[in-house]
Structure formats: C-alpha cells, structure tokens
Write a protein that binds this ligand. Structure first.
Ligand code: 0T9
Length: 420
C-alpha cells in the first residue's frame, strides 16, 4: 500500500467517527486546497451579466408574461449559472474536491469584477466576504453593484455527517438578492449536498433535495436536484419549476415554466409542467465562461485578507511539505488563540467588520430592511437556525427557538479602510 492510500484510509476512519465539525478533521496533504473557504463567496457572481440581467428586461407589447415573471426567469437563470462555479470549480482547477482552509475569525476576501459589457452599462461589482464566526464556521458576504443598485448578501455554514460511502452536508444560511431599481427582492435557500467518491480518494459534490427562490412579487422557483442514476441518469441534474406563488407549488401541473437539464451543462425551458421536445436552451454552462474577479496583489493586502494571511500555508500545500504546512498553520492558530485570550481579558469581543448578527424572531416584517422575514413568510420557510430551506412547522422548525442570522451593513462598506 502506498503512503498516499495509507494516509487516506486513516483519514476515512477519522471521518467515520468525527463530531460534525469539519474544521477538526486532519486530512492528508494531497487533499488540501490552498484556498480558504472565505473565497467561495465569489462563485455567486462569476456571470455578472446574468446577475444584472433583470435590470435590463423590458416589458414588450406582445408579452404573454408579466415583467415580474420575466424577472423571475432571469433570476433563476443566474442562479443556475452559479452552480458550476460553486460546486465543480475545484474539480476543474484542482482535479477533484479538496478540503478548503478553515478561515480564522475576521478573515476577509475582497475583490471586484470589472465592467466587461460592450455598452459599459454594468459598472463595477464588488465582493466582500468575511468570516463572521469561527465556532461554528460561518462566512458572510455581500456582492454589490452600485451602478445598477443590485446587491446580493448572504451567509453560510455547513454541518456534516458521514454515512457508509458519503459525507452528507447540510447548509445553514441563505442569500438575499435586491434589485432596488425594480423594487424586487429574492430569498434564495441553499441545497443539501453530499460528497461522493471518498473511498476512491476522488471526492466530488452532488446536490440533493430542493432549494427555493422566493420573489417579493410572489413568484417562486422550486429547484429539485438529482445525481447519476436518478431521474435523468446524469450527474448534476435538476428540474426547476416556477409558480405564481407558494401555494400553487403544491400542484406541479400549475407550473408556469419548467426548466430541466444539467446545471454543469445544458438545460432547457418550456412553458407548463413538462419540458417539451422543442424546448429552448435555458443555460449552457459549456458556452458561458465564468468571469473571475480581480484581487489586488498580496503585497497590497491587509493582514486580515485571506491570500496574504495564508500565503505561507498555501505555498507549503503547493510544495506538498507536510511539516511546513503544520508549522505555518500552527502559527496562525496560536496567534488567533492569543487574540481571543486578550479579547476576553479586556472584555472587548471581536467586532465583525461588515456584518452584524441579528435575531429575526424578535423583529417584525416592518423592522427588517433586508426583506428576509417577509420573503421567508411568503415561502412558508422557518425563520429559525435550521438547515436552509426548512419549511415552517416541520419537525426541525420546532426543535429550535433562536433565529439569529447575519446581515450586511452597507454603510460600513462605504467607510471602510479596506481597498478593493
Ligand atoms: C459555500 C460550497 C460550500 C461552501 C462548501 C462541504 C465543503 C465545505 C463547504 C457549501 C459555497 O457557496 C458552496 C461548495 C463546496 C462545499 C465543500 C465541499 C467539501 O468537500 C467541503 C468539506 C469541508 C470538505 O472539504 C471535506 C473533505 C473532503 C475533501 C472530502 C473527504
């Protein structure tokens, strides 16, 4: 047995008995990614044109559909376009899913997408991603385009458990999308997933169950995921249906549109409840290259910025130098431990830079500028700290009382010393 497979076998054994906190896993070096999880927020906007598209949709004279429905279709298209970046990009750039670096409290990742539209109507789009909690790990982010008054904000954390062959992952958190010029908001829930291929040391992500996109206009999209050997037999398959509102979603024959295909490849759209043979292409991931954001050179970054903070660890990972990885990681961990001790001694807890934690069970719809409460109520979703997409009144909803979530403070972005 090679040393690689021996260390992998030991790792799998540790997976089987661990407690759900992924950061506590010690994985063999070849499965480590030199990228921190705080960077993953960038995947939400690698198709800036689709992200901004609803702003440019016009009501036409012969339209069968309302302009709000056209917006919903466009938001769904953007959402589907994010999935390949979110869940396949490590497989493409690193040859397989890798274990990301576990961000430290306050770790930042910022950058911007330049305007690549021929008409120069997009303007710049900024990303700010911040590790707002270390235990449990939670990343919050905002993607802001001021030119078109379009903002996506959200946060996420995961909890995992190992089955015989797969690591099952539930996501906590949600994303909120706001088109101020349209006066529309969207709540997006995050699907559960599992990591397959672990026994063969070739892990990859497969999405499962459902996620929702609830519009403030009432329209709702229900997206169902399936993997190889399920309804289409192909990996990364999905079926999405758009309904007039959440109660119509109880009956699939009421679907206004159905989209079906592979989110990592081609999907098609038809009116009604089934995809017709003459369906039009909805999104083709192979024909739509992601636009990567630009990040300032490491020398110009703040010590809190991810690539600067992890530079030495990342180099050690690339060099496959196990001792050095351990040494450099330990330095960061000790530094963090000292900071926490000092904060406790001074009674000055760490303050998040761009986000604040807020208990939505104590707020009313009117007090909540983000629109989250209203949208969650419209979609019949729990407001509590439960897996993303949990329905109101389901058993998970009844287990917990707290409803604390992270929200973006845009005014802090306007006055920050962090350079984009
Ligand atoms: C939010 C995304 C999330 C983060 C990752 C589960 C996972 C960490 C969380 C959910 C993004 O918007 C979308 C994509 C991929 C998710 C990661 C895939 C993955 O394997 C890791 C976990 C922490 C591991 O690295 C486990 C070890 C692994 C290589 C298998 C043995």
């Amino acid at each position: 047995m090679s040393s690689t497979s021996a260390s992998w076998t030991a790792f799998i054994k540790s997976l089987a008995s661990y407690n759900g906190d992924l950061s506590s896993l010690t994985a063999p070096p070849f499965i480590l990614s030199p990228t921190s999880l705080v960077e993953y927020s960038q995947y939400w906007s690698e198709h800036v044109d689709l992200f901004l598209a609803p702003n440019f949709i016009q009501q036409e004279i012969n339209d069968v559909d309302s302009v709000e429905l056209k917006h919903m279709v466009a938001v769904l298209r953007w959402f589907i376009s994010t999935l390949k970046s979110q869940y396949c990009s490590r497989a493409e750039t690193l040859g397989g899913e890798k274990k990301p670096l576990n961000p430290f409290l306050g770790e930042l990742f910022v950058g911007k997408w330049t305007d690549e539209s021929p008409s120069k109507t997009f303007g710049e789009t900024l990303l700010v991603s911040e590790q707002v909690s270390h235990h449990p790990p939670i990343t919050a982010y905002a993607i802001q385009n001021k030119t078109n008054k379009t903002t996506l904000q959200g946060y996420n954390g995961v909890r995992a458990s190992m089955s015989a062959t797969a690591l099952n992952v539930r996501q906590y958190g949600h994303a909120l999308l706001s088109y101020e010029n349209l006066n529309e908001k969207y709540l997006i829930t995050l699907p559960p997933l599992h990591i397959e291929g672990i026994l063969m040391a070739a892990p990859f992500v497969e999405l499962e169950q459902k996620s929702y996109i609830q519009s403030s206009t009432g329209y709702v999209a229900v997206i169902e995921y399936s993997g190889r050997g399920y309804f289409s037999g192909k990996s990364n398959s999905f079926k999405a249906r758009i309904y007039k509102n959440i109660s119509e979603a109880e009956d699939k024959t009421k679907a206004l549109y159905t989209v079906s295909g592979q989110w990592s490849g081609v999907s098609s759209i038809s009116r009604g409840n089934a995809v017709a043979s003459d369906a039009q292409v909805f999104f083709d991931a192979n024909n739509s290259k992601p636009q990567h954001l630009t990040v300032k050179p490491i020398e110009e970054q703040s010590p809190l910025e991810s690539r600067r903070a992890w530079q030495k660890v990342a180099e050690a990972i690339r060099a496959n130098d196990y001792n050095l990885i351990h040494e450099e990681k330990t330095k960061i961990e000790n530094e963090q431990r000292e900071l926490r001790k000092k904060e406790a001694a001074d009674d000055t807890p760490w303050k998040q830079k761009f986000f604040e934690e807020i208990d939505y069970t104590t707020l009313t719809e009117e007090d909540d500028e983000t629109g989250y409460i209203k949208l969650a109520n419209m979609a019949n979703l729990s407001l509590k700290n439960v897996p993303s997409g949990t329905r109101k009144g389901s058993s998970k909803d009844n287990e917990t009382e707290a409803g604390s979530h992270w929200r973006f403070c845009p005014e802090r972005l306007d006055t920050t010393d962090i350079v984009f």
